[in-house]
Design a protein around this ligand. Sequence first.
Ligand code: ARG
Length: 467
Amino acid sequence: MSSAAPASLWGGRFQGGLHPVFEGLNQSLPFDRRMIHEDLQGSAAWAQALGRAGVLEPMEVLEIETALSDIGELVRSGGTDLETSKAEDVHSFVEGALVARIGPLGKKLHTGRSRNDQVATDLKLHLRGVIRELVSGIAVLQASLVDLADKYADAALPGFTHLQRAQPITFGHQCLAYVEMLSRDAARLESLAERMDTCPLGSGALAGTAFAVGREAIAEALGFSGPTRNSLDAVSDRDHALELAFACTCTMLHLSRLAEDWVFLGSQEAGLLTFGDSVSTGSSLMPQKRNPDALELLRGKVGRVHGSLTALITVTKGLPLAYNKDLQEDKEALFDAVDTTTVCLQVAALVAQDVTLDVERAAGANAAGFLDATDLADLLCDRGLPFRDAHDRVGEAVGAAIDAGTTLADLPGTARNALLPELAGVDLHEALSVKKILDRRDVIGGTAPSRVRAEVMLWKERLGAKP
Ligand code: ARG
C-alpha cells in the first residue's frame, strides 16, 4: 500500500515545491516512523473526540477507526511503503494512508488538531513503552548481578580507595553495589513516567482547540492520568526527553563504572576475573590476546549517550514559546540514547552471566598491602585505646613491618611488644584473618558474607516480585 496522498500537509499557499536538499533536511519520517503505532492510536482517540464534538458522525468515527487499525495491521506485516515513503513525517504518512484508504473522510481527521499537539502526544505515548523496556532491561542485568553475588557471597578480594589497596571486601558485595545503582536508575525512569503522564492532545497548534473534544476523555482513552493544563507549554515541553536522556546517561555511567572495575580485575596484572568467549575478542596481530572489548564498549558508549543529552539541552535552550521546528531535533538524539542504553544493558547482562572469579587468587591477593591495618587498630580500640592513638601505633607498625619485609601478624617481637602491648598473647594470624575481617562487618550495608547473603535474598524477592 502506498500513502498515495500529497506528501505535504500544507501546500495551499505555496506555488513552488521544496528544494530537494531542504526537503531532505526537513523530513523526519526516517526517524519518527518508529512512533507510527502511537500516531495511529492518538489519531483514533482524536477521531472519537471529533465524534464527541459533533464534527464526525458516529459512523464516520467508526470508519476512520477501522481504517487506522487496518493501516496498523499493514504496517505490522510490512505491507506499506513506510520505509521508503517521501512523506514529511509520520503524521503526514498516516494522514496520507488514511485518505488513500477512505478518501475525503480521511481529510476531516485533522480538524482542530495540529502536528504540534500530535507529536507531543505521540512522543509521550512512545516513551512509555521505551521506559518499560529500559526498566525490564535493568531488572535482567540486576538479576544477573544478584546471581553473581550469590555465587561469590564470601569470595574475598582487595577493595580499593584511590585505586590503592584498602580493605578486603567480598566480590558479592561489589556486585550488589551495581545492583543498588541500577535500582536508582529504574526508580528514576519510573518517576519520569509519572511526571510525563499528562496528555497534550487537544492543545492545538499552541492556543488550544476550538472544538468541544472533551480533553479528559481523550486523556483517559490514551491511558494518561489527565490532560496537560497549558497549551503553550504542552506543545513545547520536552522535559521528559531531557529527563530520559539523563536517565540513560546515568545508567550508562553506572555501566561504565562496572566496566572499568571489571576491566581492571580482568587485567593480567590483577588476574582475578575471566570473561566468557562470547563477550571477549582477540587481536588481529597478537595471537595470544584476549580482550575485554564488550566492557570497553560499555565504558565508551557513555560518551555517545551523554552527547545526546548535551544535544537535547542545547536544542531546547532559549527556545521561544511555543512549538518551533528545532523540536523535531529531539528524536534522533533521544532514540539513539535509548537504543544505545538498551543494547548496553543487554551486553552487560551477558558479561555478568559469564564471568568467573579466581577465588583462590583473589583471597591470596589480600595478603600483601596491609589490608588488615584498620582491623588491627580496631583491636586496639577494643582494648580501650582511643582510635587516634591506635591509628598512630598501627601506622608505625606498618612502617616496622615494611622495614622487616613482613606482615602485621608476623611483626618482629620487639616492634610488637613496643607498639601493641595491649595485644600480648593474641593470635594475630587468627584475629586478622580475612574471614574475621569480613565477618566483623556484619552491619546493614556491610561486606560480611552473611549480610551479602541476606541482601541477595532481599533482591531475589524484589526482582521476582516485579511484573
Ligand atoms: N515532524 C515534526 C516534529 O517532529 C512534527 C511537528 C511539525 N509541526 C510543524 N508545525 N511543522 O516535530
